[in-house]
Design a protein around this ligand. Sequence first.
Ligand code: UD1
Ligand code: UDP
Length: 402
Amino acid sequence: MKIANIVGARPQFIKAAAVCAAARADGRIQDYLIHTGQHYDADMSDIFFTQLGLPRPDVELGIGSGPHGQQTGQMMMALEGTLSDLAPDVTLVYGDTNTTLAGALTAQRLGIPVAHVEAGLRSFNRTMPEEINRIVTDRVSSILFCPTKASVENLEREGIAAGVNLVGDVMVDVMRGSVTWARMGILGDLGVRTGGFYLMTLHRAGNTDDHERLETILKAVAKLPHPVVFPAHPRTRNKMSEAGLEPEGNLRMIEPVGYLESLALQMHARAILTDSGGVQKEAYWLGVPCVTLRDDTEWVETIETGWNLLAGADPELIAAGVERFPPEERPPLYGDGSTARLIVERLAAGPPWGESMPKPKPVPVRRAAARAVAAAATKASAKPPPKKKGAVKKSTKKKASK
Ligand code: UD1
Ligand code: UDP
């Protein structure tokens, strides 16, 4: 069984690290790693390979940054040749980035079954590029590895049931294997102590590309009562300089950190502010209250348990959210750390996979409309055939004569 893992962005290196390690341990899968080059700075790419023991990519496409269409299109053009040459039995894509979409569409077009890790997640916000990437990727996937019951239900609602596997979240596996290696030294380097700082990550287009919203968030966090350590994503740094925004007050902007430093900062933070999908979950697993700087999230369970709060860009909610008391209960969410093994076992078991491009189930409204049409048709066919002109006249006459 030959599997092509397609990665390109920071969270995908982390997720693939778990799957590639499980594949090596299992031994039945020959796995290849293709790096699209969506992320390329050393602190957005290389560091994760080094820290997580992810093997160097077999193929590096070096696509880099660009507008969505150009970036996705160039990835597809390069992937077409690579996947054709490699001819894997399955292509494995992760999450919801442009790399995910390009990998899924190209493989599907080549007739290579697509497996999607983190299938079925929905924010129900179609202005997010990631939401469209998720929907399209799930649509063309034959094997859907879902992290949560809610994600399975989202797929069911879209008529996707074949090939769905509820396996949990591979990020639990990575975290469990790394937490003892967390690099605590970063706290001393930054001059912060346990419980005496907040950690913020911010990179979503919805926050960074709207200058006014970005400014509101940065000004709100600058006024918080403790230092806010902010490893800034390059996108955010660029947008801040475009808008002429400088870190002020308690905001301590630094370069992006490695995964082991990120874990250390999260574990010791007083609270976490983020718009990252991965960080919302890590905050939960580490038992640190989280304030999500978005109006929606696909990780709804973290909200339902009270550990995460959707604050959007509202300064009052942000200030209150970071100082709130955490709930007493923190039930285990998103699996027990064996997700990567379950994924590898399913892949190694081989076909049959689910159908690619399943037919959608009709939604109830449509069913009701169809029933109304059917009822009208039945009623119409039960009526006697239209009478000839003469006959109508005859009956009219008869009525009139009564
Ligand atoms: C992408 C994903 C997002 C994910 C995030 C993880 C899409 C549409 N978005 O967002 O879902 O949460 O990755 O971090 O795929 N840049 C650099 N160096 C790098 C990488 C990026 O300077 O190594 C800068 C470039 O100016 C680039 C910008 O960051 O234009 C945005 O990068 P891009 O990969 O397009 O999107 P992300 O914001 O990283
Ligand atoms: N992360 C990191 N260094 C940072 C910021 C985040 O290692 O400077 C890690 C974080 O711990 C999590 C992952 O990157 O494991 C989340 O990736 P990101 O926020 O870029 O993407 P998202 O999860 O939102 O798609």
